[in-house]
Design a protein around this ligand. Sequence first.
Ligand code: BG6
Length: 485
Amino acid sequence: MAALILFGGGGDLAMRMLLPSLYFLDHDGLLPDDLKIIGAARSAESAEAYIAKVHETVKAKAEADEAWDEASWARMKARLDYLAVDATDPESLKGLKAKAGDGETTSFLAVSPSLYGRIVTAMKAAGLAEKNCRIVLEKPVGRDLESFLEIDDAVAQAFDERQVFRIDHYLGKETVQNLIALRFGNTIFEPLWNNLTVDHVQITVGETVGVGDRWPYYDEYGALRDMLQNHMLQLLCLVAMEPPSDLDPDSVRNEKVKVLRSLRPITPEEAERVTVRGQYVAGAVEGQPARAYRDERGQPSDTETFVAIRADIDNWRWAGVPFFMRTGKRLPEKRTEIVIQFKPVPHSIFGHGERGDIYDNRLVIELQPDEDISLSVMNKKPGLDQRMQLQPIKMSLSWGVNGKDAAPPRRRIAYERLLLDALKGDSTLFVRRDEAEQAWKWVDEVADAWSGAGFKPLDYGAGTWGPEAADLLLSRTGRKWNTRD
Ligand code: BG6
């Protein structure tokens, strides 16, 4: 028998993401037959009551995706169990160990990271950190380099690095993996993937949601630590890394860590020029009025809900190519995309474009709301115009267009891929200790520069693309953020 233990099994992450993901995997016949799933949390409820809650949440999600069937649920239900525990107490965890048995055991910590250190110590004492055990850690691990190392050292006392799976759910997104396929499964992009041809790269993660219930957590972290330190730097790594020699976990992660090491530190003197902090004030998002961040709790706060940064990678391939990243809450659209903006033609024989720009190409890797990769290329506007007119057309490389007669596969929750990999012990799509360490180091410098200079976040109206300074970050260099037009 193998076991998957979900610490925080009744919490938001487990109910919204992990348990539905496990249902979908089971539905598709991808879970090992003998896998037991054990929810573990503080609340003193019975296994029946827990399973009833899981049933409700999983059914709603599966029905929405037209993937609900009673037979799959019956299979999943037979796997499920629950135990009320104090996860920091070894005695209490012994009951969990008894339920999990002596087979392979994967423990997913979906609890407050402030408890990670104490939980792993208790796990070790309870026999849940044996050689055939793994641990999955949800982000954020730490709030800065120091606290990350403190937690990670406690983890390292109990587990070898090969047993540790630091999750970044962005790496489980289909389009993110497609980016790896695009770069390393084709010859045509590689010769263009450098500072001779690429003008700059943009990474945007825009969200329409506010912070709402998550205020106490979020106010401690802010956009820099919640999104940029992990998801956005991971995307940057996948765009910028050198080709790994294979898809082995260490081959891929060795390349990613080299990118992180090459990030130019942002000095306090530079911070004002290359970073923007923002916080939303009242406005409207998708036609609905939205309150200011600080009114959601009725408390003043200097936490940023928006960040934009220019990063420079000091290596041979990327010297001189800025990577612009921006992310925020209460922006006009839920949009996640990576834009590889190629240089304009050196001399245009067609004059300039309608908006005065010279012709250029752009590869847009869209993760949300749609999953798509498209290349914009110039072609001739049909007609008899005296002077040849050009227009950009988008060549879509997405499944929807090219999937021939088959229906596109169901859009999977990113955690499906990652849970499956963790259960198999494949850590290619997980973050290694030195990656997280390096990312914190870079982000700490930004945070220190902000606090050192007393940079307060600039206001931006809910429903706008952040403070004006975010546009200036690009326009100062003659560039602009990609728009959907
Ligand atoms: C989480 C952050 O890691 O990612 C949230 O903590 C954010 O603040 C979420 O909303 C975004 O994930 P996705 O997959 O919806 O882009």
